[in-house]
Each structure stands twice: as C-alpha cells, then as structure tokens.
Ligand binder design. Structure first.
Ligand code: MOS
Length: 729
C-alpha cells in the first residue's frame, strides 16, 4: 500500500472534530450514571475569618435535598499535603475544601448541598445561612508591596530566577540613556468554555471519576491518597476537555468535593461549578513591575533591571517564570532581577497560559519600546541591535533560535517598513492608527516526569495508541495520530488514538507546552518498537513479500501474521525520560508579534485591526492545529491587553465579576485579522521528534505589541493592563 509522503507536517483536520460537532464527544458533566445526585457549593461571603455556625435546616427540608455537608459533618480525609505532592503545585499548604472553620478567601466553599436534581441543590444552597467571625483581610496588592518577600522555597521543576550578572546598578546609573518605569498587570481568570465539573460513579470496587482536568493521573493519585481509596480501583476519565489554560493542572476543588460527597453518601454525584464560582478556583497573579533599562545612544543595552511583585495566597507561594526570560532574551552583561511575592487573602493564583512570561514580558517589551523612543531607534531595529545567539544567563547556546527569521518574516508580512516612527503620525479617516511590536519567548521543554505510550495491533489491522494524557482542545489526538501513522507507515484511518484516562499508560500533566514533544516522542518510540517487532515476527513466520516494510505492515500481511504466529496481541510500550539535553543547550520557542490598532480619538475605543504572529517553535506537526493554538492564544492576548480584569472590591475582598457581562473577554466582533507564520526551525536536540510545542508562545508578545501600538497611535504610554477606555481617555 502506497501511503505517500509523511503525514506529520500536514494540516490534517482534527480527528475529534466530527465527534465534537455532532455532540458525541463527552465532557465530564455529560456522562450518564444511574441514580445520580447533584451537588452545589455554598461559598463564603467573607474574605477572612471563621465560620461560627451553619444553619442548614431550611436547605435540608427543601424538596429533593439529600444532604448538606460542611466541615462539621464531612467524612474524614487525609490532610493530604503531607502525603500527596502535587507536581504542578507551588510550595505551601494546598487549599483543602471543608477542612475546618477557617475562611481563607471570598468564594471559598463552606458547604455542599446535595440533591436529587441540580435545581434542588442549587436552590437549597441559597437557603444555607452561614454566620462568620470576620477578620481583617487584605486583597490589595499595591497595599502589600512593603511586605513583599523573596520566596525561600522553590516550586518543583521551576528554574530559579537568574542570578545577577555584572553590576546592573552601576551600569544603569552610568548609562547615557535610561528608561525606568513601573507597569502593572491585572489578575485574570482562565474561563475555559467548559465549566469545571466532575461526575463520580461510586461503586464498591471501582470509583470512576469523569473529571475536567489536565492530568487524569494526578487526580487519580490525589483521590487515592486524600480519601484513602487504596482498596478501590480509582479511574479518572477526561476524554475531552473544553479548554483549561492551566486551571486544570492541579486537582480542582470540584473533583475533591464531588468525591467527598460520594464517599459520604455512598452515591454517585455530579458537581458542576457555575460560571460565577469559577472565579474562585484560581487566577493569573496580578503584578507590579519596575523595569530599568540603560543603553548607549544607539540603543545597545548596558543594564537590565527588572523587579516584579506578584500576588500569592496566604497558604502557598505561587510561583511562575515571570522574570526567567528577562536575563536571556537580549544581549546585556549587567542584569539584576528580583521576583517577589506578596500574600493576599485570595485563593492561590495558578498557572495561566504562558504563566509568568505573558506578565513579565509585557513589562520588559513595553520598556524596550520606551527605549526605542528614548534613543529614536525603530523598535524592530532596537531588538535586532540587542539580538543574542547565546543564552547569557546560563552561558550556553540555544538548541535552535529562529527569532531573527520571525522578525524578518513577520515585519515583511505586516509591512513594518512603511511605519512612520513618530507617535500620532498615522491616521485612517477619523481614527488614529498605531503599529507596535514585541518579542515573545517561552521555554521549550519536555515533561520532567517520564511519559509512556502503548501501541497495539488490532485484529482488523488497525493500530491502537493509548496514553493517559488529555487533549485540552490543543489537537493532541490529531498530532499523535499523525506521528503514529508515520512511524507505522500506515494511513491515519488505520490509527486509533485513545487518551484522557488514568487507566491508560502513564503520562504526566498536559501543560507547559510540552505535551507534543513529550507524549509525541513516547508514541513515536512505542510505534517504532512495534514496527520492529512486527517485521521480525513476519520474517520468522515466513511472510516476506517484497521485503518492504510498507508491504509487511499492510492489513493483509498483518492478518497473515496474526493468523500464522498465534500472536493476537502484538503490542509495544515505550517510556520517554526527559530527553538527555544535559546542560548544554537552552530550549526556547520565540515569536515576533506585530499589531495594528485603530483608535477613535473621541471615544478612545481601541480596535486591534491586525495581528501578525511569526513563531519559531521547531518542527510543526500540524500547521492547522498549531495555527489554531496561536490564534487562540492571540485572542487571549487581546483580552489581556484591553479587557480582562478580575478586579476585587477590597472592602469586601471579593472579585466583582460574576459572569461574562462583567468579566470582559474579546468577542468575535473584537477580533479582526490574525495572521500566523511559522519560521522554519530544525532542531534535533530539543526533543527526540524535533518538536518544541506551541501552546503558550502565542500568548506572550500580544499584549505588549498592542500596548506599544497604542502608544504609537496616541502618544500615551499606558503602563497598566488592561488598557481600558478610562485609562486612555
Ligand atoms: Mo499551561 S498554563 O501549563 O496549561
């Protein structure tokens, strides 16, 4: 069978697309389970203090209500922080719902109402009366700056903030050109389209948990430990995940509470977190950052100082690589970074797409634009003047770096050469036009935890590939199908990929943009193994054909093989251990983003009319799904730049938004042209399959490119995100 050229690298439409548009792809809240009960959360209305009493009499007598669970009557669970270390968790004590009477943040679950129907549970939840002893809370980052601290504990797998090099203070004070400014970024909520939800099927021997998560394996281990379910089989299924963006990296409150209730009542339970309660699951840390850049008259960097203060909760030191790229993106010998946290009475912040980088690079890339104007150098020319081929913070080369090509190709497509440098110098009709650009960077890594994949020859000559990894909407099903098809020299129709089930071969969290490289390498290794096995068995069985592997792997030859060799279960499993990169190279994806804004001067309404995103991310497995990743991330970048603000009423210590009516994200009408280019980048070091990953990189440079375009259009330098009308007018 001639299957033609390689399938990887082609824009294969999503394998799971038809299932999704027909409604056949099942999400956590859609599984039908017999005798299902429904739960609803009662959440705290104060930000800090204690629960004095909970009056649930009215709720209990509400028709259809089965139980009201609180910290007083819940079943026992392990204080799991001692026994379960969440691979995506920061140092500290993870939040434990219904643990005791303490209230740590507004919106914290204080009771769980369980009923025959969702409506009964939800309506009765409104009847639970909680009285509190209120304590003084603090939710205002600006008010906590003086108490900011450098966390003494480091998060698992997170590279530390780079050490200082040279003498940045002196170099800055002596620099002929200086820019120094403070930037702030708002807290943001992830808000994937699919709500967080869990359906627990409670059985004597097996507990099946349909959960929205980015790591079915983490959830399985977590539940076993927290609820001491060692004698039961716990299976966590997340076949389809409607977006997550980091909010599902750790076992969520929803799965904990649903299993808690199931254990208490020995019944199957469903818990769906409604949109208003999604605000209390986690957020991207808001930040206050000061960047000081010293340069010579031509814009060559002499000093980079970057200090960031980011929000965290009282119980955990949430950390992300906010400044990790500030020392390595541009050539500079005097760098000083300070990454500090300030404790607030909120839920713990958590990773949100391009965690840290999207926030830290906003400040650095706006400061670079300020330097471009201070030196009267074109912003793109300034970046090129400070280009570095080495990661100076680690003193090693990059495994590959096609950022120069991103700049060139992006600028060409955008028409950057036609830009006039002066602010307010471009107009179209009644509108001011602004063109801005920014650089993006994200680490290209493989999972620090080994990943496995299994491939099995089915009786009908198809191949079944299995892995516990999820597809959070990124296209994982599709790219793994492509990789397997190529390795097995089969058409994609002959490959069946099963994912998102903790019973399948171990794969770690889907996150960090490392899934394609990690799980993809595991799938390729397993398929190569199976192919070898098949070819040698075929020879043993005397099936030689013309000796070509393509023929030996054809359905007819495989049917012969299965018949002749008594092997009805030919399979292979491979484990990928973090590619032995050593300390020789730095792996990173890069982007150059060019933005056009048009601004109605009277109304200060900003439209992002054009974005060109040029991305270098190693080998692109599927240009269509990769492009979708970058477009989606760019839309999030528009949201970060212009709309998204999980603003808190500091009097109440409570997030003021409860829906998309007050938490604004870009709608279709806010999104114009987004063009995506992939610069060619060959990299045989970064991962066994040459893949770097494209999930996060799309988010990094969009907000600063837009902010810089707004300056170019208006002459106003807005250093606080989001850039709303009131800030601009
Ligand atoms: Mo990503 S923030 O690792 O889901």
């Amino acid at each position: 069978m001639d299957r033609g050229p390689a399938i990887t690298g082609k824009s294969i439409p999503r394998i799971d697309g038809p299932l999704k548009v027909r409604g056949q792809a099942k999400y956590a809240a859609e599984y039908e389970v017999p005798d299902l009960l429904h739960a609803a959360i009662v959440s705290a209305s104060i930000a800090k203090g204690r629960v004095i009493s909970i009056d649930s009499a009215d709720a209990k007598s509400f028709p259809g209500v089965v139980a009201v669970l609180t910290h007083q009557n819940r079943p026992w669970f392990w204080p799991f922080s001692f026994l379960y270390k969440d691979p995506a968790g920061p140092p500290g004590q993870p939040f434990r719902p219904l643990y005791n009477d303490r209230v740590h943040f507004s919106g914290q679950p204080v009771a769980l109402v369980v009923g025959d129907t969702y409506e009964a549970a939800r309506d009765a939840a409104a009847l639970v009366r909680v009285s509190y002893h209120r304590e003084q809370h603090s939710t205002d980052l600006a008010a906590e700056v003086s108490r900011a601290y450098k966390s003494p504990r480091r998060r698992l797998g997170l590279a530390p903030t780079p050490q200082p090099t040279g003498d940045a203070d002196r170099a800055f004070s002596e620099a002929p050109v200086k820019v120094e400014a403070t930037y702030t970024t708002a807290a943001e909520n992830h808000h994937p389209m699919e709500l967080f939800a869990t359906t627990v099927e409670w059985g004597d021997k097996t507990v099946t948990v349909y959960d929205k998560t980015q790591s079915p394996k983490s959830v399985e281990i977590f539940l076993k430990v927290a609820f001491r379910l060692f004698r039961r089989k716990v299976r966590v299924v997340s076949s389809f995940v409607g977006g997550a963006f980091g909010l599902g990296l750790r076992p969520q409150q929803s799965v904990f509470l649903a299993v808690l209730a199931a254990k208490a009542l020995k019944r199957s339970i469903r818990l769906v977190i409604p949109r208003d309660q999604m605000f209390a699951l986690g957020y991207r840390a808001n930040s206050i950052q000061t960047v000081s850049l010293g340069a010579d008259k031509n814009g060559h960097l002499l000093a980079v100082r970057h200090r960031a203060i980011a929000a965290t909760s009282r119980n955990e030191d949430a950390q992300d690589p906010m400044l990790n790229f500030s020392a390595s993106l541009y050539r500079c010998h005097n760098v000083k970074l300070a990454y500090e946290l300030a404790k607030l009475d909120t839920v713990s912040p958590c990773d949100m797409r391009a965690p840290g980088a999207a926030t830290g690079m906003f400040a650095l890339e706006c400061a670079m634009d300020e330097l471009a104007y201070a030196t009267n150098v074109d912003p793109l020319v300034l970046r090129l003047a400070n280009y570095t081929e080495r990661d100076q913070s680690e003193n090693r080369p990059f495994s590959s770096k096609a950022l120069r090509e991103c700049y060139a190709q992006g600028a060409e497509r955008f028409g950057w050469a036609k830009r006039s440098h002066a602010p307010r110098s471009m107009r179209k009709g009644k509108e001011l036009v602004g063109w801005g650009m920014a650089t993006g960077v994200w680490e290209a890594a493989m999972s620090p935890v080994p990943a496995r994949a299994k491939v099995r020859l089915l009786a009908d000559g198809r191949f079944e590939v299995t892995s516990s990894i999820t597809d959070i909407g990124t296209g994982t099903y599709t790219i793994l199908t492509q990789i397997a098809a190529d390795a097995l020299e089969a058409s994609i129709e002959r490959v069946v990929v099963k994912l998102g089930d903790s019973a399948l071969p171990f794969n770690p969290i889907q996150g960090g943009s490392w899934t394609a490289a990690t799980s993809g390498s595991a799938v390729q290794a397993a398929c190569n193994k199976l192919k070898k096995k098949i070819l040698s068995r075929a020879k043993q069985a005397g099936i030689v054909g013309n000796g070509q592997s393509t023929e030996l792997l054809s359905p007819a030859a495989l049917a012969d093989l299965l018949r002749l060799s008594d092997h009805d279960n030919l399979s292979a499993t491979a484990t990928i251990i973090n590619f032995p990169f050593g300390k020789k190279y730095t792996g990173a994806t890069h982007s150059a983003v060019f933005a056009e804004v048009r601004i109605d001067e009277e109304l200060a309404v900003v439209r992002v009319t054009r974005l060109v995103c040029a991305v270098a991310a190693g080998r692109i497995l599927n240009p269509a799904t990769a492009r979708s990743q970058i477009i989606g991330a760019s839309v999030m970048g528009i949201g970060k730049a212009l709309y998204e603000d999980a603003a808190t009423d500091h009097n109440l210590g409570r997030c003021m938004a409860h829906s998309f009516a007050d938490y604004h994200i870009p709608s279709n009408a806010d999104v114009y042209e987004i063009e995506v280019l992939f610069a060619e980048e060959t990299d045989d070091k970064v991962s066994p399959i040459g893949v770097k990953g494209v999930g996060e990189i799309g988010s990094v440079a969009v907000a600063p490119a837009i902010a810089n375009a707004i300056f170019h259009a208006t002459g106003q330098r807005i250093r606080d995100l989001p850039i709303t009308i009131d800030r601009l007018a």
